[in-house]
Structures are given as structure tokens and as C-alpha cells.
Design a protein. Structure first.
Length: 165
């Protein structure tokens, strides 16, 4: 499986359940990479989507401890273990962890790759962070893209590979 995420220079990814950046080229990359696959996320990430609806043309699996949670078009798992069982027959290259912070932290060691968008700024306020792959053993940069500037931000696509898998 893979993870896909946008971080600032301090590895911040969100504030109060929302994204920190609006980057059209990054969103296009996200759609291109995840369409036709399965996305696994926490409930707060799911609820941050426009209209609280599942992402189209993808299998949406939502991990939550809330036993009353249910949404049309989304499958619910009440633990990461249950989500993993639900996806064990999936092509690992089409299985995407898309947030939030606790889901990334729990499943990161099982990811073969992380497709990261690194924004060259430090956000003043954030409450959710991605693990710093530059300090975690077993993670190496596989490739770094050219800088892109949009909406007042410069960023690069940085692909990491897990050498322990």
C-alpha cells in the first residue's frame, strides 16, 4: 500500500480537520493516482470532503470508532485491522492511505511508498502532523520533482520508498 500526503516544512498536514493548502496541480496528481483504487481514511478526513461524500471512482473505506457512523458509498471499518482485512485482496499499488494523522501514523510502516508533496513554507497554525520520514529509519527519497509554484506557494513532489518492506 501507499500513502499520499501534503506537508509543510515542519511536516504539518492539517488544522481542525481541514487541509492547509489548495494546490490544483497536487489535487490533479492525487486524483490521477488514486482513481480506480481504494482509499483508506479516518472519519474526520472523510467528513472534510465536499458535501461529506465519498471520493468518486474509488472504493472509500472509513476507519472510525463511532459505531453509529455510516455513509452511502463508503465502507466502514471499526479498526485499522478490520480495514486491512477488507483490503487484503486489493492490488497494493492501488491501495492508498489518505489521512488523517492517526491513520497515517498507524499504517505508515505497512506502506511501500509515500507520495509526498512538500510545500516550501512553515504554516503558523496546525494541529496534525505526518511523521518526519527524513528521521525515520528505513525511509529513503526515491525521487524529487522540479519546483511548482501555485496560489503563492512553491512545492515539490517527493517520493519516498520504505526499504524495510
Amino acid at each position: 500500500m501507499n500513502a499520499i500526503v501534503v506537508v509543510d516544512q515542519n511536516w504539518a498536514i492539517g488544522l481542525e480537520g481541514g487541509l492547509l493548502f489548495s494546490l490544483p496541480t497536487d489535487m490533479k496528481r492525487f486524483r490521477t493516482m488514486t482513481t480506480g483504487g481504494t482509499v483508506v481514511m479516518g472519519r474526520k478526513t472523510f467528513e472534510s470532503f465536499p458535501g461529506g461524500r465519498p471520493l468518486p471512482n474509488r472504493r472509500n473505506i472509513v476507519i472510525t470508532h463511532n459505531t453509529d457512523f455510516s455513509r452511502e458509498g463508503a465502507e466502514v471499518a471499526f479498526s485499522t485491522e478490520e480495514a486491512l482485512k477488507m483490503t487484503e485482496s486489493e492490488d497494493p499499488n492501488k491501495l492508498w492511505i489518505i489521512g488523517g494523522g492517526s491513520v497515517y501514523a498507524t499504517l505508515l510502516s505497512r506502506c511501500e511508498r509515500v507520495y509526498l508533496t512538500r510545500v516550501e513554507t512553515q504554516v503558523e497554525e496546525s494541529d496534525t502532523y505526518f511523521p518526519n520520514l527524513d528521521k525515520l529509519p528505513g525511509w529513503e527519497v526515491e525521487q524529487t520533482g522540479e519546483p511548482i509554484t501555485e496560489n503563492g506557494f512553491t512545492y515539490r513532489f517527493v517520493d519516498y520508498i520504505n526499504t524495510k518492506i
